[in-house]
Design a protein. Structure first.
Length: 363
């Protein structure tokens, strides 16, 4: 459904609220279930079900056709929204969880970036081509109305991916509400310390999940299926690691392992951060041994060392339903945001705000 690329280089905005600012509120405010500490296991597991307390919730999902759109960030946002619905699921009410579709992720993509699916906009286009385009657009709309995901076969424009931070700013824009009807309302987001695994687990437990920006390494590619393919693969592995390019040039067709871990020789060579692509996932579950996310239609297991080695940015988005349980936190964030809006940019703040790390992370 989503390719393994599409997250632009991590932005730095010193005004971003951080989860570490509100440790005091978390220490004195238990979660809605009455606990003050995260459970050992929570949320999405390897089976694809969600463990919420003692209940196991199934999220509706079905394989969709491959796509080469750089839509990993909007897909992760939609996955996070599904986790919120799973967290609030109640069998007695018959509440349903929204099925994720490719068209929905592309609608989000258009709202948070300059990406647009091509339509008839060029007045110089000859009549025959206009008619072809018109038929194409009509077919797309008809298929969308029937619930068929055909967007992967359409042409695209400005399909360069999107900054995770900028996408979150659009999501929490309370004035224009650009994602109204596509995602649940959210007023704030917090930056989570990417090397603080305890804080990461607490964010998943309290807020339903986090959005993780990853600099993926080449080492997560699946090995060749046929024995006679092994020798060419060994001969080209070193060159690929140096050049920072995957074996499959079309990254939408690239197959990767279900378990993501740091290779035994460390984050070097084909294990270098960013040597494959720049990706975004929604971490919506964990156990004492690993973290779990949906990516490319499958449940992926991320080891703790993998998260530490390849995470570039991490954010928790706070839905309105979640904030209703944390009145003190909401009040503190409101005061902090109002204070920041009145401040000028510090003179020492650098103009270049992108954190580049690793090799070729733009695919």
């Amino acid at each position: 459904m989503d390719t393994l690329a599409g997250r632009l280089p991590a932005d730095t905005d010193t005004r971003t609220l951080r989860m570490s600012q509100y440790v005091r509120q978390f220490d004195r405010t238990p979660a809605p279930d009455g606990n003050s500490e995260p459970p050992s296991s929570y949320g999405l597991g390897p089976s694809g079900n969600f463990l919420i307390g003692k209940e196991r919730v199934t999220i509706p999902d079905e394989p969709l056709e491959e796509t080469d759109f750089k839509n990993c960030v909007p897909t992760a946002m939609a996955r996070l929204a599904q986790a919120w619905q799973a967290k609030a699921w109640d069998a007695a009410t018959g509440q349903t969880i929204t099925r994720l579709t490719l068209n929905r992720t592309l609608d989000i993509y258009e709202k948070v970036s300059p990406f647009r699916r091509k339509a008839i906009t060029d007045p110089s286009t000859d009549r025959a081509e206009k008619e072809v385009n018109k038929i194409k657009i009509e077919k797309i709309e008809a298929d969308k109305g029937a619930g068929r995901d055909i967007a992967a076969r359409t042409e695209d424009h400005n399909d360069y991916g999107v900054s995770l931070l900028q996408a979150l700013k659009r999501w929490t824009d309370r004035d224009t509400k650009p994602l109204d009807g596509l995602l649940p309302e959210a007023d704030y987001f917090l930056e989570v310390e990417p090397r603080n695994l305890d804080q990461l687990r607490e964010a998943v437990w309290r807020f339903g999940g986090v959005l993780l920006g990853l600099a993926l390494p080449l080492s997560i590619q699946l090995p060749p299926e046929k024995k006679h393919d092994a020798q060419p693969q060994q001969e080209t592995q070193a060159a690929q690691a140096m050049l920072g390019s995957p074996q499959e040039k079309d990254i939408s067709k690239l197959k990767v392992q279900e378990d993501w871990f740091v290779p035994g020789y460390g984050p070097i060579a084909d294990g270098a951060p960013g040597s494959l692509s720049s990706h975004c996932v929604a971490i919506t579950g964990y156990t004492p041994r690993a973290f779990y996310c949906f990516s490319d239609g499958l449940v992926r297991t991320l080891s703790e060392e993998f998260v530490l080695a390849y995470t570039e940015e991490c954010f928790a988005v706070l839905s309105r339903d979640v904030l209703a349980d944390y009145a003190d936190l909401r009040t503190s964030m409101q005061k902090d945001v109002e204070k920041l809006r009145k401040q000028d940019r510090p003179p020492w703040m650098p103009n270049f705000t992108q954190r580049w790390r690793g090799g070729n992370i733009m695919h």
